[in-house]
Design a protein around this ligand. Structure first.
Ligand code: SF4
Length: 283
């Protein structure tokens, strides 16, 4: 077969916050050999987490369970009580919270201090949202306009948003709030990295006949990318590693697109690209 064109999305893979967290952990682990642990898996990418474990960076489920001296806060951030507890236990904290997530924390705290009823538009139980709630303990988490119906709204309402939420969901919730409260203050804390990757993936998948989406199956943003690509390219496949690729997917391909979730480092994208080239050469 003629070698198909293979196009990697212009914006794909690890975002600024994930790259930064990985860099910080690698630097810390080289300075403090075998004495660094992350509070939960550093990112939603099993292959990266396994590699870190091989390099001596283990995962602790909580500060109380951590045996290492240096404990890393993930890019999702944590509630202030977690930092407080680490200090009580004499741990050194390495804070890899993404600066954009920090902005959400600060906004929620500010709104609560100024007497607003704080609403966090996001997914209840998500680590980032839990960290935000820790900064504004009376905050309520709202996932959809339907959930808002059960809330007894106060006069002054302040809204912050989980960084990975869709602008459409935020707009739908804000539309429901307008007219029901006297004062509404909104911090649009959605991170552009997610929406930009989604827009670029949607464009690419509409132009190709085969689309490969790389990233952890437990990664919400990768799963969302796969859904977006499937909507315009029926031959879309979500994989974690190159060995999941099947030659039959490329049998009639002329133009192949590749994108990757925000937890996928560049070397994993390159490995998949190389594997696709090898498979197509054999067809
Ligand atoms: S998606 Fe945005 S907010 Fe989340 S870690 Fe990446 S850069 Fe930070």
């Amino acid at each position: 077969m003629t070698m198909p064109t293979i196009e990697i999305a212009a914006q794909a893979g690890a975002c600024y916050g994930v790259e930064r967290a990985l860099r910080m952990v690698k630097e810390a682990s080289s300075l403090h050999e075998n004495t660094v642990q992350t509070l939960g898996p550093l990112i939603h990418n099993p292959q990266v987490v396994q590699q870190l474990e091989k390099d001596g960076v283990q995962v602790a489920s909580s500060v109380d369970d951590a045996t290492a001296n240096v404990v890393v806060i993930r890019s999702h951030g944590v509630a202030p009580e977690v930092v407080q507890r680490a200090h009580e236990l004499g741990k050194t904290m390495l804070d890899a919270t993404c600066p954009y997530v920090k902005k959400v924390h600060h906004a929620a705290k500010l709104l609560e201090e100024q007497g607003y009823q704080v609403l966090v538009v996001g997914e209840a139980g998500h680590p980032e949202v839990e960290g935000t709630r820790g900064n504004a303990p009376s905050a309520l988490v709202i996932g959809s306009p339907e959930e808002l119906k059960a809330v007894r709204l106060k006069r002054k309402v302040g809204v912050v948003v989980q960084t990975t939420q869709s602008p459409a969901n935020l707009q739908a919730i804000l539309s429901c709030l307008l007219g029901k409260v006297e004062e509404l203050r909104v911090f649009d804390t959605i991170c552009a990295a997610t929406s930009e990757r989604q827009a670029v993936a949607a464009d690419l998948s509409s132009r190709v006949d085969t689309m490969i989406v790389i990233g952890g199956r437990i990664s919400a943003n990768t799963t969302r990318l796969a859904e977006i690509c499937s909507a315009t390219c029926a031959n879309t496949h979500h994989i974690e590693t190159p060995d999941e690729l099947e030659a039959s997917w490329f049998a009639t391909s002329k133009h192949i697109g590749i994108t990757a979730g925000a937890s996928t480092p560049a070397n994993q994208i390159q490995a998949v690209h190389t594997a696709i080239v090898n498979l197509c050469e054999q067809l």
